[in-house]
Write a protein that binds this ligand. Structure first.
Ligand code: VHF
Length: 343
């Protein structure tokens, strides 16, 4: 049987000194702990920190979009070199994967990503993923690397999504780490919305994506690396905040479909089409009342009922332009029942 997959995401604040430079001690600890679980799991590391690692090279850095992108393009190779060095003592080669949102919007592209990582794992290599900041533009970028890590966890059918933060977990009113959470709603009220200067996500973002992952049957642990054994303890549920997964009967393909973050367009349907979808039938053009966004055949759309409540996500069989021309056509399939996941 193949080894389970874990996604381990390190946020900027978790691996960066206050000056913005990568914290070598923490990164050595990451390598040591990941090396310990390398035989038991197929690991994907998602690492932020490129902007922090490169920003000192940008004159009068103020954090504008172009400065962040330039800083990331300088910082990414620096960061990946450090990872390569810290994993060397364990004989583990690492590889870099730079992803954009569109790589997740098409099943075929995602399957290529999967094949590439499978090949890396067969060769004992750990892929380290970051957003392709240099080219991802305002609309096409991930909201942050928590989203990227969640999409990878959903698409790869990961057993666990490990989100490393500087705080070490979700803190309650008394400042204590909440250890186990069965419903993410329970801890949302503790969350402050401020985030670190260099990173993009914060605790609210982590919990939003954690909720999505737990619904898909993925265990999520928010943990820290400031103390040794942080990852190892968190994997055993002995440190950080563990968000328990819900039972999921979705196939890997439908988890990927249902992960929501990939949505390229939105469709509103009438009451008849809503009933049909809820009875697990296909979606026909005649039931679509409005089309938002510009999507291609094969991309993911959100489907909402006449009240505007999202009821499903679906892989569109036709592009938005073709749908707009055939809105009133009977028996014109927009999404096949097998490509619709109810929310
Ligand atoms: N891609 C950017 C990081 C973006 C990001 O999501 O940061 P964080 O919220 O710290 O995980 C970088 O490498 O600096």
């Amino acid at each position: 049987m193949s080894k389970p997959i874990i996604i381990v995401k390190f946020g900027t604040a978790a691996i960066t000194r206050p000056s913005g430079e990568p914290d070598l001690e923490i990164m050595k600890r990451i390598a040591a702990e990941v090396a310990e679980v390398h035989d038991a799991y197929r690991v994907i590391i998602v690492s932020s920190g490129a902007v922090g690692a490169g920003k000192s090279f940008i004159k009068r850095y103020k954090g504008s979009l172009s400065q962040r992108k330039a800083a990331a393009s300088i910082g990414n190779p620096l960061l990946i070199n450090i990872y390569s060095e810290v994993f060397k003592p364990y004989g583990i080669p690492i590889a870099q994967g730079l992803c954009e949102r569109r790589h997740f919007a098409h099943r075929a592209q995602f399957l290529q990503l999967k094949d590439t990582f499978e090949e890396l794992w067969r060769n004992g290599v750990i892929p380290i993923v970051n957003e392709n900041d240099v080219v991802s533009d305002r609309e096409l970028k991930f909201s942050d690397n928590d989203e990227l890590a969640t999409l990878l966890a959903a698409g790869f059918g990961a057993e666990a999504l490990m989100l490393c933060t500087s705080v070490g977990g979700v803190l309650d009113e008394a400042g204590e780490i909440v250890s186990k959470v069965s419903d993410v709603k329970e801890v949302f009220r503790f969350v402050r919305t401020d985030k670190s200067f260099l990173g993009l996500g914060g605790m609210a973002s982590k919990l939003t994506f954690a909720k999505m992952a737990t619904k898909m049957g993925i265990r999520v642990v928010i943990f820290g690396m400031r103390e040794s054994q942080g990852l190892l303890k968190a994997l055993k549920g002995l440190a950080g905040t563990e968000l328990l997964s819900h039972k999921s009967t979705l196939s890997a393909r439908n988890r990927w479909l249902g992960s929501g973050g990939l949505i390229s367009g939105k469709l509103q349907v009438d009451a008849g089409a809503e009933r049909a979808i809820l009875k697990r039938n296909s979606l026909l053009a005649v039931g679509v009342t409005s089309v938002t966004g510009d999507f291609e055949s094969g991309e993911i759309v959100e489907v909402s009922n006449p009240d505007g409540t999202a009821i499903a996500v679906a892989r569109a069989k036709i592009a938005s332009a073709e749908l707009l021309q055939n809105m009133k056509t009977l028996n014109y399939e927009v999404a096949n029942a097998n490509d619709i996941v109810l929310l």
